[in-house]
Write a protein that binds this ligand. Structure first.
Ligand SMILES: Nc1ncnc2c1ncn2[C@@H]1O[C@H](COP(=O)(O)OP(=O)(O)OP(=O)(O)O)[C@@H](O)[C@H]1O
Ligand SMILES: [Mg+2]
Length: 469
């Protein structure tokens, strides 16, 4: 009965991974392996079907207990079995107290281990059955590449599963950076159109007057510059899905033509006479309030109702703060290089969770990426955060000097200021790279993704040469 359930084995020893994998395959399990905690978490993010994790306790970087904590954040009901070497039983007991399913001492008995894994699988299945079948897909905090455990995100995850099955138009609204595009990706990839084209159109980026030909294509010679016939996005998306991103930016006159495709599924290329029929699922998204736009005369009411068949509204991050720690850990895994495990101090975590995040998840992602890049050591503290978040004035944070301070251009123009700031930034980054590699120029160059020669030249230019000779 346990055939096909997948077990993830995490151990820094190649040999142990191999032995465990062979043994569990013989007992009828599928197995996956990871050499460290960070890689294990990356696998778990992609594979919510994994039924059991077996992890060694002592590993370089993230140890078994840290891994357990992170797994519990991703999916609290996933059973984790801890392997311990002789003499580390106390930590194993601690691990069980903090939520591990059980532990087993090395060297272990094959049969006993298989039995324990079977028990864990049974446990996993029973907790799965207890959950409401509709809610079940949402019991994991990573869904379709999106992180979230807040009530709002859970209900959005459920909504996505339901709307993916339909062919109706979806309107995704929410502030900038809340994840509208990720939702659109999920809807398409979960639908039965997933192996057909998914065409994304950024309506704000289409030049004046070119909307019609962009959407519906044009025939040769339809207008000046139309040297060849060209299919439009609706034609290319046939059978699949089209995303009309920033839909509020479509000119008013064009909105009527869009309404027609939505209602009748037909259109003509600019300058053409043939009527095309297209079978396209439409997803629209906007960070504007369309009701307001309608009142101001910028958006057609009838088009709004046509688009708003299945509305999805993404709440801003500040209204779902419980997602912030999960997102932070997710971005740490994403941006920390190799198997480096970056910890975060309680104060820094507090500052990050109480900040207003006007740019939502995109802003959080950028802050994490830059903080981790510039981090000395392995613990991120409030001093590593930008001052608007840490509340600490003059914190060493890119881009450095605020633009307002460059008010005196009497002796330095744009070029000089930019050059000076670039030098300062390069100096800072190179010094950090050298420090973190123990002054090893070759490795620092790798870290900075430039050639060794290039780095040496830069160091000379910036006056860093003598320090490292
Ligand atoms: N729940 C989430 N989990 C993980 N990453 C997320 C989540 N939501 C958004 N992101 C990330 O945040 C960034 C912004 O997301 P996205 O581009 O989907 O936002 P948007 O709402 O379309 O923004 P805009 O209105 O500015 O276009 C992306 O890098 C995306 O991967
Ligand atoms: Mg977007």
């Amino acid at each position: 009965m346990d055939a096909n359930e997948t077990v993830l084995i995490v151990d820094d020893e190649d040999n142990l991974r191999r032995v465990l994998s062979v043994q569990l395959s013989r007992s009828g399990f599928e197995t996956l392996t990871a050499p460290d905690g960070i890689k294990a978490l990356k696998i778990l993010e992609k594979r919510p079907d994994i039924a059991v994790v077996i992890t060694d306790l002592k590993m370089p970087g993230m140890d078994g207990v840290e891994l357990l904590k992170n797994i519990k954040q991703l999916n609290s009901r996933l059973p984790v079995i801890i392997l311990t070497a002789f003499g580390t039983i106390t930590s194993a007991v601690e691990a069980v107290k903090s939520g591990a399913f059980d532990y087993m001492e090395k060297p272990f008995d094959k049969q006993a281990l298989s039995l324990m894994v079977k028990k864990a699988v049974t446990h996993w299945r029973s907790t799965k059955l207890e959950a409401n079948p509709v809610e079940d897909t949402s019991s994991s905090n990573v869904q379709f590449g999106m992180i979230g455990s807040s009530k709002q995100m859970m209900s959005i995850f459920r909504l996505i599963s339901r709307i993916s099955a339909s062919n109706s138009t979806v309107l995704i609204t929410g502030e900038s950076g809340t994840g509208k595009e990720l939702i659109a990706d999920a809807v398409h990839s979960l639908s039965n159109r997933s192996n057909k084209p998914f065409i994304k159109v950024n309506c704000a980026a289409i030049p004046e007057n070119l909307h019609e030909s962009e959407f519906f294509g044009h025939e040769k010679g339809a207008f000046t510059g139309a040297a060849n016939a060209k299919p439009g996005r609706f034609e290319l998306a046939n059978g699949g899905t089209i995303l009309l991103d920033e839909v509020a930016e479509i000119p008013f006159a064009m909105q009527a033509k869009l309404l027609r495709v939505l209602q009748e599924g037909t259109f003509e290329r600019v300058g053409g006479i043939k009527t095309y029929t297209s079978d396209v699922r439409v997803i629209a998204s906007t960070n504007r309030n369309l009701i307001e736009e309608i009142k101001n005369g910028g958006f057609r009411e009838d088009l709004f109702y046509r688009l708003n068949v299945l509305p999805v509204n993404l709440p801003p991050l500040r209204e779902r703060r419980e997602d912030i720690p999960l997102l932070i850990n997710y971005f740490i895994r994403k941006f920390a290089s190799g198997n480096k495990y970056v910890k975060i101090s309680p104060v820094a975590m507090e500052k990050l969770t109480s900040y207003a995040w006007p740019g939502n998840i995109r802003e959080l992602e950028n802050v994490m990426e830059r903080s981790i890049l510039l981090l000395d050591g392995d613990t991120l503290t409030e001093n590593d955060l930008p001052s608007e978040i840490s509340g600490i004035e003059g914190s060493p944070w890119l881009p450095g000097t605020p633009v307002e301070e460059f008010d005196d251009f009497s002796d330095s123009g744009l070029k000089e200021v930019v050059k000076r700031e670039t030098n300062r930034l390069e100096k800072e980054l190179i010094t950090k790279a050298l420090t973190s590699t123990g002054q090893n120029v070759t490795r620092a160059a790798e870290l900075l993704r430039i050639s060794r020669k290039g780095l040496q030249l830069k160091m000379k230019e910036l006056g860093l040469r003598e320090d490292f000779d």
